[in-house]
Design a protein around this ligand. Structure first.
Ligand SMILES: *Cc1c(COP(=O)(O)O)cnc(C)c1O
Length: 463
């Protein structure tokens, strides 16, 4: 039987069918209408495309069940955990740092009860939300004072606004970075109301370049971490101590945007070039900004640390209220920072650092264990390979970490189709494709996630 457009039912008439009316009762008129519209639209599109569309029996219980299922699907949470098998430790699209259990518990505690967010329990007077983490940040970085805002972009914006609005900011041409998501340093400087004075060249900037740009209108010398690119070869940038001396001589502020602030020496784990925040401040930098959810391993937050007089200015700035950190992030940040102090060892408790520091043998064992389980499934081709994981996340993109990956092939699926199927699985699995193979990098996967990975691949392989 040939259906045509004129036989498509009216939505209003459908809504009055007894079984559909029950669906309306159980859900809502608007959800049922939306789902019906989608079903009719799909049929219409098929007819217009010249396909023979088989109409369901709109009066049947089965059709009502289909409709319910479609509405249920729209009610399922869409923001959900995934398994990161990309080998990129801090993946901005995947929510950056996986947080420590202590941070999760802290959020649970603070989220599920009233708290002393802005109450000084000692005096009973109004307190400051900034006080909860300031002492910890100072202890860990040697800063005189600190304040936390929504993210590092906000930290840079607020710092520049409060210190350099209406005046000049001197920055090297080699450091005028763009971070993903339209954070371009020259634009942020412009937004802050300051004027950018570019100095030096793309590959070389010297102290004298900064010195000759300083005039009566200069407020800040700004250094920034070139966190997502690298200039190699014939390069130079001034020593922080020399810049600090220059800034002090001219009574201007030396500020450094670190992006991914590192609190401990990561040289033993293969990241030799990252100075720790404490050393940067010790070298004479007046104010640093860094993210909470990059190598620090905590929640999204922007940490500003440095000279007490500047931090006091930031706390009093009208924009502070708009950029302030929320209580859950603050709870998670405090808990994460505590993991950097005895009796804890952050490399054993902060997940990002655990992944970074995991001995290669442990990653290999994980890869062999997964490959062993997968080899039992019919038609699944697996192999274990040496691989390279990356820190990622706008921090140290070039830094490869030795890793192991499991390569995966199913005879019926191309690598792209398999990656898509894994991504669309109920616990989505995000992978990398290399030379037409799906690669599951084991540096970013937890042992506890292996059963879910195995179950997903078993189900996909059996169709
Ligand atoms: C990542 C990064 C930022 C932005 O940090 P968010 O926390 O994402 O706002 C700013 N500056 C540098 C150098 C960065 O690497």
């Amino acid at each position: 039987m040939q259906n045509d457009l004129s036989k498509l039912p009216q939505i209003q008439a459908l809504l009055e069918q007894p079984h559909i009316a029950e669906v309306v009762q159980r859900y809502s008129h608007s959800e049922a209408t939306t789902a019906l519209r989608q079903i009719i639209a799909a049929l219409r599109a098929a007819l217009l495309a010249g396909q023979s569309a088989r109409f369901p029996d709109f009066t049947s219980v089965e059709f009502a069940a289909t409709l319910s299922a479609q509405i249920d699907a729209t009610r399922a949470p869409v923001f959900q955990p995934v398994i990161n098998a990309t080998g990129i430790l801090i993946h901005t699209n995947l929510g950056r740092a996986r947080m420590a259990s202590q941070a999760i518990s802290a959020m649970q505690g603070i989220g599920s009860a009233p708290s002393n967010l802005e109450l000084d329990l000692a005096t009973g007077k109004r307190g400051s939300r900034h006080s909860h983490v300031e002492t910890l940040i100072c202890a860990l970085t040697g800063a005189e004072a600190a304040v936390v805002v929504n993210n590092c972009a906000a930290a840079v914006l607020l710092s520049l606004m409060a210190t350099a609005g209406g005046r000049n900011v001197v920055a090297s041409r080699g450091e005028l970075i763009e971070i993903g998501g339209s954070f371009r340093l020259p634009d942020v400087i412009a937004q802050s109301g300051a004027t950018l004075r570019e100095v030096g060249t793309t590959n070389k900037t010297r102290v004298e370049d900064y010195a000759s740009a300083i005039d009566a209108d200069t407020a800040v010398l700004l250094k920034s971490h070139t966190s997502n690119f690298r200039i190699v070869g014939f390069t130079a940038s001034p020593d922080r101590r020399d810049l600090a001396k220059l800034a002090a001589e001219h009574d201007v502020i030396l500020m450094e945007d670190l992006g991914s602030g590192v609190l401990i020496d990561l040289a033993p784990y293969g990241l030799p070039d990252e100075p720790v925040v404490a050393d940067i401040l010790k070298a004479g930098v007046d104010l640093v900004t860094f993210s909470g959810d990059k190598l620090l391993g905590g929640p999204q937050a922007g940490i500003i640390a440095g000279r007490a007089d500047i931090v006091a200015q930031l706390k009093a700035h009208p924009l502070m209220r708009a950029l302030r950190v929320d209580k859950l992030s603050l709870a998670a940040l405090e808990a994460t920072l505590r993991l950097y102090r005895p009796p804890f060892d952050p490399v054993k408790t902060v997940p990002v650092l655990q992944m970074l520091a995991a001995p290669l043998a442990q990653v290999e064992t994980r890869a062999r264990s997964l490959a062993g389980s997968l080899a039992a499934f019919d038609g699944v081709q697996v192999a274990v390979h040496e691989s390279a994981a990356y820190v990622g996340g706008g921090s140290l993109p070039e830094q490869a970490l030795p890793s192991f990956a499991v390569s995966l092939r199913l005879p019926a699926l191309s690598a792209n189709d398999l990656a898509t199927a894994l991504r669309r699985y109920q616990t989505p699995i995000i992978v990398r494709i290399e030379r037409d193979h799906v690669m599951l990098d084991m540096r970013t996967v937890w042992d506890g996630e292996l059963p879910a990975l195995t179950a997903a691949i078993e189900q996909i392989s059996t169709g």
